[in-house]
Design a protein around this ligand. Structure first.
Ligand code: SAM
Ligand code: GLN
Length: 294
């Protein structure tokens, strides 16, 4: 795009091709998709409608708007932060740089949670909590999938709570979510939980320092940094849950597949009688640890 002459004769498909090449040269691993999303945003149309406009020449203000978004992406800024939105479980979530961009692998945790909650039925409504909610991806999706469920939602970041609130309203579930700002389960000092959901920070400090610029320089380290061994958050979270789990409670944690047994070890340290199961993500790696208390 930088080399693109400011010609008003450039059609949308020309601009899309040039932008795709430019992003590919500047470190994007999904240049075509990125270019489509950004072009759609610059022109204020839906991505799926772009192809209807392929032959339309772009006007100078449209080219300028596109160039600016492509420039931001080429500098490493994730598309979701530029557009302010990311799809998760077929729903559009608002995102800001205060929250982790929801990941596809987190849909595994949502699937298992929905299954387990359905199996419990809704005769006695379970006490459910999503700890470290970020954008609210987990809590909002589970609440939207299960229309009678009430969920407690916590994060230590007030800015994240704000985003989760926006997403709850956007998907019509805000009446069934209770937002509390605070650390781990301590945010709900009195509660006894039946189902605990969490995708805590689990990247090691070293992995984070070596991760791609898009992640390292733009996503909140508070959401990702799990300390020297990637387990700090699990230790703090598990300790905070002691005394707050009802009998037959279920704990569902997203994990790094390489550290599945270590996370189970941490949880077993606090809940020695729990039964453990792992669930695989779409890449067939253990992505969720399920702990069931007796
Ligand atoms: N649940 C969202 C998702 O799955 O996309 C975000 C998960 S992100 C990996 C971890 C979240 O934990 C962040 O939103 C971060 O602010 C939050 N967090 C970090 N430390 C925390 C703490 N001590 N207590 C509660 N939440 C914390
Ligand atoms: N799956 C995320 C990543 O690899 C990490 C999320 C987390 O720390 N909970 O970027």
């Amino acid at each position: 795009m930088a080399a693109t002459p400011a010609s008003s004769e450039r059609t949308l498909i020309d601009v899309l091709r040039l932008s795709t090449d430019y992003l590919a040269q500047h470190g994007s691993t999904s240049p075509r998709l990125d270019a489509e999303l950004l072009l759609a945003r610059a022109l204020d149309v839906r991505r799926i409608d772009l192809y209807l406009l392929y032959d339309r020449p772009l006007r100078e203000p449209e080219l300028a708007a596109t160039r600016e978004l492509i420039r931001r992406r080429a500098s490493g800024e994730p598309v979701a932060y530029i557009t302010g939105v990311r799809e998760f479980y077929n729903r559009a979530f608002a995102v800001t740089p205060a929250v982790l961009i929801p990941r596809p692998e987190t849909e595994t945790l949502v699937e298992v949670a929905v299954e387990r909650l359905r199996a419990r039925g809704h005769h006695a409504p379970p006490a459910v909590v999503d700890i470290g909610t970020g954008s609210g991806a987990i809590a909002v999706t589970v609440a939207a999938e299960l229309p009678h469920l009430h969920i407690f939602v916590t994060d230590v970041s007030p800015a994240a709570i704000e985003v989760a609130h926006i997403n709850a309203a956007r998907h019509g579930v805000e009446q069934r979510l209770t937002f509390v700002e605070g650390a781990w389960a301590a945010a709900h000092a009195q509660a006894q939980f039946d189902v605990v959901l969490s995708n805590p920070p689990y990247v090691t400090t070293e992995e984070l320092a070596e991760s791609s610029r898009d992640v390292r320089d733009f996503e909140p380290h508070l959401a990702l940094d799990g300390g020297a061994d990637g387990l700090d958050a699990y230790r703090a979270l598990a300790a905070s849950l002691a005394g707050h789990m009802s009998s037959s409670a279920t704990l569902l944690l997203e994990i790094d597949p390489r550290r599945a047994d270590q996370v189970a070890g941490v949880v077993r340290g606090v809940f020695p009688d729990a039964g453990f199961t792992f669930h695989e993500d779409l890449t067939r790696r253990n992505r969720v640890l399920e702990a069931n208390l007796p």
